[in-house]
Design a protein around this ligand. Structure first.
Ligand SMILES: [Zn+2]
Length: 115
């Protein structure tokens, strides 16, 4: 690659990085949650309940919020996931995605002189 091409590529990468930084910053102001919603069906434990006989009759789904790191934290949500929580989780995963892009771009930028 010629020196001009390299500088041009660098400038483009730096612009892209700046853009990503900006997006991350603005998403971070929207109270993101980093995690996901899991659900499960349960047996209630009542002796005469149909859930004791058949797996098809289990109760639920009941929802849980699992948060990073390692998703160990689990918060019981009940039968419904608040839509505001879904929004915050989606903001969180958008940030994660942008951070992955940022990492990729930064390493491209670090290696560009060796092309
Ligand atoms: Zn039951």
């Amino acid at each position: 690659m010629s020196v001009d091409k390299i500088s041009e590529a660098k400038i483009n990468l730096l612009d892209a990085l700046k853009d990503i930084e900006h997006q991350i910053k603005s998403l971070s102001q929207q109270d993101p949650l980093f995690g996901f919603i899991s659900s499960k069906y349960i047996k209630c434990g009542r002796e005469n309940c149909k859930c004791k006989q058949s797996p098809k009759a289990l109760h639920g789904p009941y929802f849980y919020l699992r948060l990073e790191p390692e998703y160990k934290f689990s918060k019981y949500l009940g039968r419904k996931v608040p839509s505001s929580m879904k929004d915050r989780i989606s903001v969180g995963s958008n940030i994660k995605e942008l951070e992955r892009k940022r990492k990729k771009l930064s390493s491209t930028l670090d290696n560009i002189d060796y092309f």
